[in-house]
Structures are given as C-alpha cells and as structure tokens.
Design a protein around this ligand. Sequence first.
Ligand SMILES: Cc1ncc(COP(=O)(O)O)c(C=O)c1O
Length: 338
Amino acid sequence: MIAPPRLPLAALPTPLQHRPDLGAALGRKAFWVKRDDLTGYSWGGNKVRTIEYLLGDAEAQACDTVVLCGGPTSNFAALMAAACAARGLATIQVSYGTEPDPKPAALAAGEAAGAAIRYTGSPDRARMEDVADALAETLRGQGRRPYPVPRGGATVVGAFGYAHAAGEVRRQLRQVGVDAVTLVIPVGSGGSIAGLLAGFLFNFEGDEKETPLDLELIGVSVSRPPEELREGIDAKARACGAGRSRLANVNCRWELVDGRGAGFNHYDSDDAAFVDDIMRCSGLLIDTTYNGKALRWLCDLLPETNRPILYWHTGGSLAVADRLGTPGHPSPDHKEIK
Ligand SMILES: Cc1ncc(COP(=O)(O)O)c(C=O)c1O
C-alpha cells in the first residue's frame, strides 16, 4: 500500500535501553527494552505511532469527526481524542456496555478532551464496530465527514506506524551490535504487531542499509484467543507491505501466544505482586492489562534462550494510576465476555 500521510506527533526514536536489572528480575541474561511508553505525546504509549497515520489519513480526506471504537479503559481512544482535539476534529467514542463506575482514567481523559461517548448497552465488544459504522452513515447523511476507526486503530493505515518502528529498532540494534534477538510485545487488537511484522518483512525505508537480523517475534495476546487474531494480523501485515520489496537480510519468524491469564482487564493477586515487584526494581510503570501480562508470560513461559531478549514496552500508565488509586479497579462492571 502507498504510505498514507503522516502527522508527526511522537518524539522518535524512542530509547532502546539495555536493562540487565530487569533481565535479572525476570531470570534472563541479555535484556533490552524498547521504550514506547515514552513516545512523547500526551501520556505516550504505542498508539501514538498508530494515530500519526490514522489522523494523517483523516485530515487528507478532510474528515471532521473521528468515530472510534474503544472500551472505557482504551488508551487508544483517550489518545485519539486528545490528538483530535488538538487538530480541531470532533471525536465520538463508541464503547461497549454502559457507563462504568468508577470511571477509568482513560475514559475520563477522553471526555476531558471533548470526546462524546456512546454506549452500545451490550457487553459484546464486537458490536462496537457495527454501531460505529451505523453512526458514521448517519453522520454522512447529515453532511458531516466521519472517519470510522475500529478498536485499537487496527487498520492497514494505522499499521504504518509500527512498520516504521521496525526500521527504527533495526537501526538501533545495529548500533549496539545485536544481530539476533527474541522480541516480545503485548497484543490487543493486533494492529501494532501487524505493522511490526510488515516492517520486518518489507522495505519501508527506501535506501536503508540492510544488515543481517535474525528475529523471533512473539506477540502475547492479552484479550483474545490467539487463533482469533493470527489471520487478521498476517493479512494486515501483507496489505501494509504490498508493493514493497522483501528485506533479504532479515530472517523473521513470528508467533502469537496466549497471555490472557485472569482475562482481559482482570488480574489476580499474583499478577499485582508481580508488576509491583517489577516497578520497584526497574522504575518502569507496568500496567496489569498489557505489559504486566506480557512480562508475566515472558518470565514464566518463554523457553530458556541464549539470544538477547527485546521487550517492547507499550505504555499503559493510565491503568497503573487506576489500579494504584482504586485498588481492585477495573471493577467487575468491566468484565469481558471473551
Ligand atoms: C498500553 C497498550 N499496550 C498494548 C496494546 C496492544 O496494541 P494493539 O491493539 O495494537 O495490539 C494497547 C492497545 O490499546 C495498549 O493500550
């Protein structure tokens, strides 16, 4: 696909840090962290990269209203609302269920940025896209120019953010002399890993000097069974890379593993103790929804390896504040159906 226009928002490149302290806490030797919690727009996180392309595309199409899908704890929805407000676009967030109590910080932040929230009244998260499409149609009928976005911004356009992130980390790995690595990243909608996969398989960087990289890419699915996501991720990666040459020197294998544990948005006391330990020893903020689950999988289930491990930190600081500020949060009201 031809690259959609990018609206620069993020402070890039994000740091690649050698973190033997975290490696030791997780029982691993060579350990690196890609700090996409530090993308530098609003409270940061992986979705800033996605939003650069979604909003670039929405503006190129002269859209005036983003109609996005996102539950009450959606970091994507809150960040998109903030970016839309700054660019003068209206935001309507379609959320599943009914208004939650207590209100998660992500939802409050989206509202503070001006997002209007529409609840579907159904606990079925998959309903959100249908409701958003119908709403977009109604808006078109009223002469508005809506830009509908599915959960997590997981479209081929949104995937370009992470396709370029793959090039960014390849350059950083080359600089520190790492040519074989196991990369672990949390997966929700699958949009970010689809972009990464595209960026490791195809050339998005034009004149880039290719040095060999042997890459094992592991996505830890935190909300859906991996078999529900695999095909969609693969298809998005291929659509994103279509028309580009293959990277001859990158050997990339990928897999998706099940890291749901206690269920999406849920954690048990072991999970809480685990993230608290990591936060204490590393100075990193670790949410229980995404990064806590992915690190737990890495710690407990990633087979022993001599290869360096690269953990991709995706942010989630609002959920950290939710959990620490309201113990037991998210409430059972947010219980997911899957
Ligand atoms: C903090 C954080 N990490 C990881 C993810 C998962 O990213 P993706 O939906 O692109 O798979 C999300 C999704 O919203 C997120 O907010």
